[in-house]
Design a protein around this ligand. Sequence first.
Ligand SMILES: *Cc1c(COP(=O)(O)O)cnc(C)c1O
Length: 422
Amino acid sequence: MNGFYEFGISDKTYEIGEKALKKLKERFDEIDNIAEANQAKVIKSMQDAKVGSHCFVPSTGYGYDDAGRDTLEEVYANCFKTEAALVRPQITCGTHAIATALLANLLPGDELFSPVGRPYDTLESVIGLRPSPCSLIENGVTYAEADLLPDGTFDYEAIKKGINERTKVVTIQRSKGYKMRPTFSVKQIGELISFIKNIKPDVICFVDNCYGEFVELCEPTEVGADLMAGSLIKNPGGGLAASGGYIVGKKELIDRCGYRLNSPGLGKEVGINFGVLQSFYQGLFFAPTVVASAVKGAIFAANVFEGLGYEAVPNSTESRHDIVQSIRLGTQEGVIAFCEGIQAAAAVDSYATPIPGPMPGYDSEIIMAAGAFVQGSSIELTADAPMREPYAVYFQGGLTFAHAKLGILKALQNMVDKGIIK
Ligand SMILES: *Cc1c(COP(=O)(O)O)cnc(C)c1O
């Protein structure tokens, strides 16, 4: 009898998992080494900013001189090796963090350029590619992009052509989002930024770092990114932050983000902490090991499903640059059965059944399996998929590896029980 017996996992399914795990020992050791170095980096960032228990005190009103808030921003700046940071519970999600960074630093007549193809679904509304009030395009900003080459690498010729005298910000999305393209390594992002700065030294290189934090030893801001943003209900919140986003980068750019988030004239000086700061600090403290669990879960899933004949992106042996694992299940029934399995393995809302439905900011119906302590948190074990070809499921997170393993085996078992996998 296996340890997941009560979840309906058959010995045969469990054995498939054990066989995959046997091959992964060395890779898991490598992930633990990265977590160890990142753990040290986070602790050092906190020590250098002199984090103390006074930083966890709630503030009220305008939030002037909120020491906990200002110290947390210093910690993020230390950790991501930048001049400044904006880290706030008032940033509602990753999209809001990215939108704030872009809207703050692009003025009418400026152009935004993406050298990595079309960005994440919700950013189509931010840019105005899907017309939306208050979008960049409505504000008189134009947008241009260069697609990736068919093999997923940068099209340097098209990038060179795409940059002009109006190009003010270049936006680089690290993670694949809902695409089958590869996620970029920090090294690749550094090479891309060097190439772009050679063409136009004063351009602002922005990186959407969602899902990338702490997967590698260094971050895009250490290889030339001027501005970078992400969500606290993904990697850097460590599963404890209940909301929030971060933006890090050059001081002058971050100051503008403060004015955009709050108000011209007020900027970073205002905004209370709602008593959430201990969870932000402690979440960042946990983030390196939580991210390691999630990366292990992703690699485990790739190995299990590839062994059953499915295409995995990244594949079972590739190096990792984010926590997202895509598995091409090929059919609507496969995607639904997988997501039901993930949901059934959750500690919270395990009795709910995920069904495809419309989501604000997305243009296909989306199915989401999310039995999370924090609503929609995708550093927790979650699976989602747009209901469109090639019917690939995007799987990520897992605050502990044991939970990720249970979820993946339950997803597999559900597909077996429904006759989708023989
Ligand atoms: C999740 C994500 C976003 C948007 O974040 P939300 O918190 O869902 O608004 C943007 N870009 C990428 C690559 C993401 O993975």
